[in-house]
Design a protein around this ligand. Structure first.
Ligand SMILES: Nc1ncnc2c1ncn2[C@@H]1O[C@H](COP(=O)(O)OP(=O)(O)OP(=O)(O)O)[C@@H](O)[C@H]1O
Ligand SMILES: [Mg+2]
Length: 569
């Protein structure tokens, strides 16, 4: 139950700085009267402005400020919801919007819109419902019958207190969107992870293949190298045996060289001596004088000398072939020995070469064997395995999230069906529609209407009247329309009371009884109002002739261009 207690406003429209206060829950019925322009309807604008930041009439905010004082426009409204008192302050020049709970300021939200929403949530009423349930005005009153079916739904949802389902639906929609985009994201990520895992698997199999291939190659190479090693060893052994076979003492060559040299000297010496002997013989045969003393040499002496020298020469000629033969033999022996020595040298060089070769092959074989022991656990493989492990973990997680996300969406989908207009709300509305229609028709009957009203589940009306079956709301007279409007308003209030939803003490009617309603209907209206329980009705009228039907009388008048309240009974 919302109990409006008091409204105070100053510098608002025609009201001046001294302000006006109206207590809203002190009298069951009040007649607000006064001349045209005295400031009666101002109360509707003040109320709507304070609570909804929007006046009842179509007046823009700067125009609400009193045109004489031009500042400090301020409206305060006090109300009570569930034994908690609230006070709203709203002003222009300076701008102000605060509300208090039991005297304490309710902290402002970051945005004014949120703060406003908080206030409306407390009231459980929005502007549209408020102006259908609390106010029945002449100016700018928009009949329920003149509004679109979606707006009708909004009002009925407020009255039946089922707006929570619409709000849940809004929340659900955004949750659904978030869940959907999260699911999309998870699915995208899963696809990426799966692609990445496949790539890692390909890397691992490549590394495995490569390593198998290289092991086989290394093993082949080791066999080949070991073969070459044994061949080399074999060759070295052969060199060794060759060397043993053609071994000759180092002294032999020296001795042979010496022998050749001395043989050579000897041969040369023998040739020289032989030539000398020959020359001497030739000298004695040709010359007559001694080549030393110059004395004449006798023929005998010459013959003797020639004989002796010839004998020596003959001996020499006998010895020369022997010496030469011996010398040539030595030369032959030396040549043979030198050939052997050169063969030995060649073998030695070859052996060194083969040994070097062996060393290289053995080193190579060792390196190959070592490479064989470096297995697949090289860093690339480890990296690929680590990465795969991480990706597999991610895939498991994403799959889990996707299952959860799908479940969540499924659940949201079920909620969506329930929260749709055709879901829970439709059920509740369907339950209440007969009561609504019954009440409307009861009020219409009370006010002497000769037509019946029926609202269907889509909030389309059907007004049945004898001979006027095709009539719509617009076809009716103003007084007939007013009866429908009133019947609907009373119905909403009763339903609200039943539901304890937007049930409120306040009812303000502006010039309802003044124009369209005939005297009989007006009387019935006052009767209905008189019968209402727990209501504070304010009837605005510039005709004061019904004053006796109201407990209180509030009269507005203008003084110095400012609207004031004269008196109350
Ligand atoms: N900004 C303003 N400053 C001062 N006066 C204003 C301002 N805006 C409107 N007014 C005047 O306020 C007066 C009060 O209007 P209101 O609608 O409350 O009168 P009313 O008593 O309901 O009259 P009626 O019986 O004709 O409906 C009017 O005279 C209007 O011209
Ligand atoms: Mg008025």
């Amino acid at each position: 139950m919302i109990t409006f207690k008091k409204i105070t406003y100053k510098n608002f429209l025609s009201t001046g700085n001294n302000g006006n206060t109206i207590y809203l829950n002190r009298t069951p019925s009040a007649l607000i009267s006064g001349a045209n322009g005295s400031g009666k309807s101002t109360i509707l604008d003040a109320l709507c402005f304070a609570i909804f930041n929007k006046p009842y009439r179509n007046i823009n905010k700067p125009q609400l400020v009193n045109s004489v004082n031009e500042k400090n426009c301020m409206v305060e409204v006090e109300f009570e919801v569930n034994k908690t008192t609230y006070k709203v302050e709203r002003g222009i020049k300076p701008n102000k919007f605060n509300f208090y709970r039991n005297g304490d300021l309710v902290p402002q939200d970051a945005s004014v819109k949120d703060y406003q929403q908080k206030l409306e949530d407390i009231l459980g009423l929005n502007y549209r419902a408020f102006t259908q349930i609390v106010i029945l005005g002449s100016a700018r009153y928009q009949s329920f019958m003149d509004i679109a079916t979606w707006e009708r739904r909004e009002i009925i949802e407020e009255i039946l207190d089922i707006t929570v389902f619409s709000r849940m639906n809004t929340v659900l929609k955004s949750k659904q969107e978030i869940a959907k985009s999260m699911l999309d994201e998870d699915e995208k990520q899963l696809a990426i992870y799966e692609t990445m895992l496949n790539a890692q698997k390909a890397i691992i199999s490549n590394i495995n293949k490569r390593s198998k291939e290289s092991t086989e190659k290394i093993q082949e190479e080791i066999v080949k190298t070991n073969g070459e090693i044994s061949l080399t060893r074999q060759r070295i052994a052969e060199i060794d045996s060759d060397m043993t076979a053609i071994h000759q003492p180092d002294s032999l060559l020296k001795n042979l060289r010496e022998a050749v040299n001395s043989g050579k000297t000897k041969v040369r010496e023998l040739a020289r001596i032989h030539k000398e002997k020959q020359d001497r013989i030739s000298f004695y045969e040709v010359e007559t004088d001694c080549d030393v003393c110059g004395q004449e040499i006798s023929e005998d002496f010459k013959a003797d000398k020639i004989k002796i020298i010839a004998e020596d020469k003959a001996k020499l000629e006998e010895a020369v072939p022997i010496v030469r033969e011996r010398h040539e033999k030595s030369i032959g022996e030396l040549e043979a020995a030198e050939k052997v020595a050169s063969q030995i040298q060649d073998l030695k060089i070859k052996k060194v070469e083969e040994n070097n070769n062996l060393q290289t092959l053995e080193n190579y074989s060792m390196t190959l064997t070592k490479n064989l022991t470096i297995d697949n656990s090289d860093s690339d493989m480890q990296k690929a395995r680590d990465e795969s492990f991480y990706l597999e973990k991610g895939i498991t997680n994403y799959n889990k999230c996707i299952i959860q996300g799908k479940e969540q969406l499924h659940y949201y989908e079920a909620c969506k069906i329930l929260l749709k207009d055709t879901g829970i709300k439709a059920k509740i509305i369907k339950q209440y529609l007969p009561a609504i229609n019954k009440l409307v028709n009861q009020y219409l009957e009370k006010m002497g209407a000769t037509y019946s009203f029926h609202l269907d589940e889509s909030f389309n009306e059907e007004i049945k009247s004898r001979y006027r079956d095709n009539f719509s709301y617009a076809s009716f007279s103003e007084g007939e329309k007013m009866r429908i409007d009133l019947a609907l308003m009373f119905t909403w209030r009763e339903i609200a009371k039943l539901k304890n939803s937007v049930n409120t003490n306040l009812l303000i009617m502006d010039e309802v009884g003044d124009s369209s309603l005939d005297a009989e209907a007006t009387e019935t209206l006052w009767d209905i109002i008189g019968d209402m329980q727990d209501v504070n009705v304010f009837v605005i009228s510039h005709k004061a002739n019904n004053a006796d039907r109201f407990r209180t009388f509030i009269e507005f008048y203008k003084h110095d261009n400012f609207s004031k309240i004269k008196d109350s009974k």
